[in-house]
Design a protein around this ligand. Structure first.
Ligand code: DOR
Ligand code: ZN
Length: 456
């Protein structure tokens, strides 16, 4: 079914491929029918940024459990981040994670590290990883601090691109000396709570440096999880200059502010940190005007043993795969029934205004999108950045691989951490009622989620 200008149609799938799209299709007896009444039939979602924790962190997540969470969230493809143990910094580990992904409930692509061990000193063997299928290189979890090394990485990536391997470097933008041990955004709330802060400048300095390097080298950079108004503005200007930059935002930076940390709940610790209300609105405006290309989960599972500790000792990271679509729809569309969060969620949770919750659920000014536009941020655009456009991201036309997400954009549901497929429980949305529910997910023609239930 279409929504927001899409057309109403039935979609036929045979042997994993879309074989017909038409207003009313006749079906042979015995044909399996998935009900999409009241729903949007979208290309399967594509996540540019998921921490699958395997190898080495299997108590928090595995490739299999993350792929199940992904399928339940409407994803048919996820990109595995390389901050594993050992890190994904060689073809051998790339092959290991790819083989763990074979047969999983979502396609698994692998991002490789830019530097050996993600230590930031020496370039990793990017060519052998590119030959193994890697298209995104990143030291995510840390940014590449050494500008000279980042420049060499870009030159090297340019060489691979000249060979026809369309690789892209993805930066976790944080200058560690500026961040200097901070555990939340540096501002009014870090002062009030007595916690060391990470200034916006830590993100913006690295975005600015990398934009200069893109201008110098002509080789593209993708900016991971942008969180500050200043970073969005830098990318906006770089794009208006015609530079080859792309950017993503994580759902939590669309709906949570640093004020959420007021109760010292470690579920709200994340990197980059939750920022101010003004930053949330600026990031939303960046999404609305195309400065931000994609929404990516930064799904970062942590086991209760390490996460349920005092705020400043907890590792940063939040679950995202099962809630991303609903959080994004709830934040950016007016299509919702009644998104709500425990203890508040009403606008305005204005800058400097005390006593709110740090939760900004309603769509803000200048950032109201239709469902189709939100889905593009989660499908076609990330698929193209990740080089997965042949199989993922749509469009759903005859001949396309049948990777499909059927979502009811008006259905509401309440997040129950104990009901999540992830092996970890660190969602910041426990108890939230969200709008937008995945009904079915179809992976290469196989219904892996039916009526919101995983099929294996
Ligand atoms: O909050 C975060 N958690 N940010 C990152 O960049 C890494 C991630 C993780 O791996 O836990
Ligand atoms: Zn990151």
């Amino acid at each position: 079914m279409g929504a927001d200008g899409g057309r109403r149609a039935d979609v036929a799938i045979t042997d994993g491929v879309v074989t017909a799209v038409a207003e009313r299709l006749d079906v042979d007896p015995g044909t399996k029918i998935l009900d999409a009444g009241g729903c949007v039939v979208s290309p399967g979602l594509v996540d540019l940024h998921a921490h699958l924790r395997q190898p080495g962190g299997e108590e928090a997540e595995t490739v299999e459990s993350a792929a199940r969470a992904a399928a339940l969230g409407g994803y048919t493809a996820i990109v595995a981040m390389p901050n594993t143990d050992p890190p994904i910094d060689s073809a051998a580990v790339v092959h290991e994670v790819l083989s763990l992904g074979r047969g999983a409930m979502a396609d698994v692509a692998v991002a490789g590290a830019i530097t050996v061990g993600r230590a930031g000193d020496q370039l990793a063997p990017m060519a052998e990883m590119a030959d193994a299928g890697v298209r995104i290189f990143t030291d995510d979890g840390a940014g590449v601090q050494d500008g000279g090394l980042m420049r060499r990485a870009l030159d090297y990536a340019g060489g691979l691109r000249a060979r026809g391997q369309k690789v892209v470097l993805a930066q976790h933008c944080e200058d560690t000396l500026l961040a200097a041990g901070g555990v939340m955004h540096e501002g009014e709330w870090s002062s009030r709570l007595g916690l060391p802060g990470i200034p916006s400048a830590a993100e913006e300095a690295m975005v600015a440096r990398d934009i200069a390097l893109v201008r110098q080298t002509g080789v593209p950079v993708h900016f991971l999880h942008l969180s500050t108004a200043g970073a969005v503005e830098l990318v906006r200007r770089a794009k208006s200059e015609g530079l080859a930059v792309t950017a993503e935002v994580a759902p939590h930076h669309l709906v949570l502010t640093d004020q959420a940390v007021a109760g010292y709940d470690p579920s709200y610790r994340v990197n980059p940190p939750l920022r101010t209300f003004a930053d949330v609105l600026a990031v939303r405006a960046g999404v609305a005007d195309g400065t931000i290309d994609a929404v990516a989960t930064d799904h970062a599972p942590h086991s209760p043993e390490v996460k349920d500790v005092p705020f400043d000792m907890a590792p940063p990271g939040m679950l995202g795969l099962e809630t991303a679509l609903a959080v994004t729809l709830t934040a950016l569309t007016r299509h919702r029934g009644s998104g709500s969060a425990p203890g508040g969620g009403e606008m305005p949770d204005a800058p400097g205004r005390l006593g709110g919750t740090g939760i900004v659920l309603d769509a803000g000014e200048g950032a109201v999108l239709d469902v189709g536009a939100v889905l593009a941020l989660l499908t076609a655009r990330p698929a193209s950045i990740a080089g997965l456009g042949d199989c993922h991201g749509g469009p759903l036309v005859v001949g396309a691989v049948a990777n499909i997400c059927v979502v009811d954009p008006t259905a509401t549901w309440t997040v129950d951490p104990t009901g999540l497929a992830s092996l970890s429980r660190n969602t910041p949305y426990a108890g939230w009622t969200l709008t937008g529910r995945v009904r079915h997910t179809v992976l290469r023609g196989e219904p892996v989620v039916l009526d919101s239930e995983a099929q294996r």
